[in-house]
Design a protein around this ligand. Sequence first.
Ligand code: XMP
Length: 516
Amino acid sequence: MQKTNEMILIIDYGSQYTQLIARKIREQNVYCLVHPYNKIKSIILENKNLSGIILSGGPNSVKGKKSPKLEKKILKLNIPILGICYGLQLLCKEFNGKIGQSSSREYGHSLIDLKNKSLLFLGVKKNNQVWMSHGDHIEKEPKGFIITSLSSKSVISSIENKKKKLFGLQFHPEVYHSLEGKKILSNFLFKICQVKKKFKLEDFLNNKIKDLKSNLKNKKVICGLSGGVDSTVTSFLLYKAIKKNLFCIFVDHGLLRFKESNEVVKIFKKKFGNNFIRVDASRIFLSKLKNIQDPEKKRKIIGKIFIEVFEKEAKKIKEVEYLAQGTLYPDIIESIPFFGGPTAKIKSHHNVGGLPKKMNLKIVEPLKDLFKDEVRLLGAKLKIRSELLYRHPFPGPGLAIRIPGEVDVKKIDILQRVDNIFINYLKENNIYKDIWQAFAVLLPIKSVGVMGDERTYNYSISLRAVTSVDGMTADFYMFSKKDLIEISKKIISNVNEVNRVLYDFTSKPPGTIEWE
Ligand code: XMP
């Protein structure tokens, strides 16, 4: 694929935003990879022509004895380095600047004011909004460095040493809320590192098909297909390369959206014919979820049964050698035990990652270098219908994590109907595409209401709709009063089991997108 001499290396110190940095760089058609801070020596040695390095943020204090250290070798490469938050503080410490420890974290929107001329801020507005998230801050910049911006609270928000090509930001340019962040990263890439735009999806697609053909030859491959973007693009891509040697297994766990199972079958049967296999495993899933309330337990149970069902079905297809997975680059960066990175675990995400060891199959992950938005573009090049590509994301454990408390068939049925009304309203009113993800949550509480002259005692529903670029951070969507009134009316008048509709106006962080 991409030659490494045009690569930016991102060194991960554990920030929740590290992969966002990578995505923002890819968006600018520059190839980059993320590696944990303690596993970079070989990368540096192998890639003698790195164009630049970015040091990510992280949850530690550089003053801590056990905190991740700066790999001094990178300073000898004489290539530009940009430190972000923790990365900036590492640079500051290395060159004997003074770092102050704050008792509370500065967190959220902040305004900065540019001070000195800097290539990093070329074309950037003098006063602009950034996203801060840090505990420590610089009290005195190191010798040889200049201050290039100050926050409205007079915190040093950026420094640089032009001669040594070292740059540091106290804020996160990669986060959407840093309004000039894209420009700042672009300046780092093209003005400071002087990389040339190179990463092209078209080339990626053609090379990938060629590689898959030559590596897989006439071997059989099975693929777990959910109808979601990742597995759909994986299967279409593989089909292009190996045609009838691809077998797709769709495990229906009974926790899908309204009539979704039938839609998936219709679309993929048409494409893959008898090589598309649907397994109705809803009974097993529901019986194992009986009496289970804890969200992590639910996730683990679903993940485990999924593997068992898939394994059983896969065994029926003889002489399979490969298992295809829709793993994306963020899955690799986020998967802590595999990647060895320092990021804190928030939830056990469910995908088919547990399959290979038990099944003794070789793994093929054709999308593992790509981000979600790149996968969608690739899907369009493969002529996949845009309703499939631009569907809101749906979690592997399905509606089980949208029903806090115990899950049963009745609750699933109520939630499916409510969710369907909500989503249809968004589609009919042209709002769906402005929202990154929308869904309903069936709350485990009933409340008193009145309908006509009758007292009701029914379920409450909470609606969730967020805007996001990648699901890492999210803002709740601001509906108009008219929309809220209409949606609530439609739900309550069509679903008898519900008498109260709430709207969840929590962003991520501090909330997560899903409720469990
Ligand atoms: P959270 O709730 O962590 O979700 O803010 C971020 C995004 O990930 C989706 N999600 C999942 N996707 N398997 C998946 O494939 C999972 O187990 C899973 N859990 C959450 C969620 O819907 C949102 O888009």
